[in-house]
Design a protein around this ligand. Structure first.
Ligand SMILES: Cc1cc2nc3c(=O)[nH]c(=O)nc-3n(C[C@H](O)[C@H](O)[C@H](O)COP(=O)(O)O)c2cc1C
Length: 303
């Protein structure tokens, strides 16, 4: 058995595989299919200060090697999370991480501050990269000033591990990564979805209710690996890589490019136990290649 433990700033993980936000509910929904405590971490559904209805249906459509969604951060708000969801998930023995989103700086900061008070949540993942909401969301994540200001506002009120999730829908993801590092992020995760569109040619209308949505799944993997590789050269904080990971071999690409951990999103819809299978597959790959520890391969790309 190789040593699969990894560190993301203040968090130690038993293995480097996490479930990505928006694709694994609050974890509880998957408990009948997979032992949650064998997953390195679970990033729960996007949470906002106020409840959000999300967008109208249809809000998901399959694409070649992936899917497009415009769910739009549907959730019952942070107060509901603290009162009703947190008590249900707080004793699951893995890293339970909350994905935080907002429309204004104040929203983000207030939501993060409320979660700061929850003892068994060791980190937040700040979503400055959601392409499916009208205000805020990705708007902060596509300029260095916007990204810096939202991370700075959250850093002032949040003193645990702060992971900032980056958008690939930018000219230079390295510049955005540097800005969030300067503002006090402890780690970055990337990528969120790529903005896309599908048209129903008979109706001459977009398939999704708000026309555009976020592309995920195998179709985005090579973009994600490229982003991780570029960001790894630009920052010194740890990187969590995601986008299109279906197998252990996919995950190994991200480690070689410089990620210290990975997340799996869309693949959970196909196989609810994929996180644990990928963790096992990473172990097998390391064994086969004579590596005693995951750290032997992080950033070891020869390029
Ligand atoms: C249905 C759906 C809902 C999502 N909701 C969120 C969310 O609430 N917050 C977030 O940061 N990312 C969200 N994402 C993005 C994923 O966490 C992930 O970044 C993206 O899907 C790429 O990874 P994948 O190709 O493994 O799915 C969502 C993705 C999907 C498919």
């Amino acid at each position: 058995m190789a040593d699969l433990t990894t560190k993301i700033a203040g968090i130690t993980m038993k293995n480097p595989v996490m479930a990505a936000s928006g694709t694994f509910g609050y974890g509880l929904e998957f408990a009948d299919f997979v032992n949650l405590e064998e997953i390195g971490g679970i990033i729960v559904k996007g949470t906002t200060l106020h409840p959000r209805e999300g967008n109208d249906y249809p809000r998901m459509v399959e694409t070649a090697s992936g899917m497009l969604n415009c769910v739009g951060l549907q959730n019952k708000g942070v107060a509901y999370f603290c009162e009703h969801i947190y008590p249900e998930i707080k004793d699951i023995r893995t890293n339970m991480i909350v994905n935080v989103s907002g429309s204004t700086l104040e929203d983000y900061a207030e939501c993060a501050a409320r979660i700061n008070a929850l003892e068994n949540i060791p980190a937040i993942e700040l979503n400055i990269s959601c392409p499916n909401v009208k205000q805020g969301g990705m708007a902060f994540g596509v300029t260095t000033d916007g990204a810096y200001s939202v991370v700075k506002a959250v850093r002032e009120v949040y003193d645990k591990t702060l992971i900032v999730k980056l958008s690939p829908n930018v000219t230079s993801i390295s510049d955005i990564a540097r800005a969030v590092q300067d503002a006090g992020a402890d780690a970055v995760s990337l990528i969120n979805t790529l903005m896309g569109m599908v048209i129903d040619i008979e109706k001459r209308k977009p398939v999704l209710s708000i026309a555009t949505g976020g592309l995920s799944g195998p179709a985005v993997k090579s973009v994600a690996v490229r982003c991780v590789w570029q960001v790894a050269k630009a920052v010194h904080i740890p990187i969590v890589g995601l986008g299109g990971i279906m197998t252990a071999e996919d995950a190994i690409e991200f480690f070689l490019a410089g990620a210290s951990a990975i997340e799996i999103g869309t693949a959970n819809f196909i196989d609810p136990a994929v996180t644990v299978k990928v963790a096992q597959g990473i172990n097998d790959w390391l064994d086969r290649h004579g590596c005693t520890s995951l750290t032997d391969i992080i950033g070891q790309l020869e390029a």
